[in-house]
Ligand binder design. Sequence first.
Ligand code: K2U
Ligand code: ZN
Length: 167
Amino acid sequence: MAKLTILRYPDPRLYTRAKPVVTVNAHIRQLIADMAETMYAAPGIGLAATQVDEHIQLLIVDTSETQNDLHVLINPELLVTEGSAEHEEGCLSVPGIYDKVTRAERVTVRALDADGEPFELVAEGLLAVCIQHEMDHLLGKVFVQYLSPLKQSRIKNKLKKRVQETM
Ligand code: K2U
Ligand code: ZN
């Protein structure tokens, strides 16, 4: 297993649209294991392959308290979205920034699991938020893009200043 480097906003690679996974093989399963190690160590409750510079349609989420309920979604499709709810979001690619985003309250998602088998999942609450957040990553979208242009500009400047301070 290996901890992977997480791309930091506004890295342009975060805006890449992920391609479908054609074959769920040992290489994909190794990437899933490395992503899980990276996510749990961050710590985070979700991670998209885009964030580790792998531009394929793969995301993982685990919203359990005990970090032992990993969901792997390959080539995820939103089948049903219901309701609307606002939630405070963060992102491992935008460290230290949290803000409210409105998303569907409940989603039904179809995807392939780590064995390449299709399944459907009905999610609500934090799991629904996280799945939608990660699916945005696969579309090349970061949650700060839902915020006002002024907020986005301030976040970019804050993060650029933080990088300069570490040099
Ligand atoms: O995409 C990521 O970087 C994973 C996010 C998942 C997340 C998105 C939206 C709302 C909650 C979680 C990271 O886990 S951010 C860290 C975090 C963890 C729990 C709650 C809020 C933020
Ligand atoms: Zn994120």
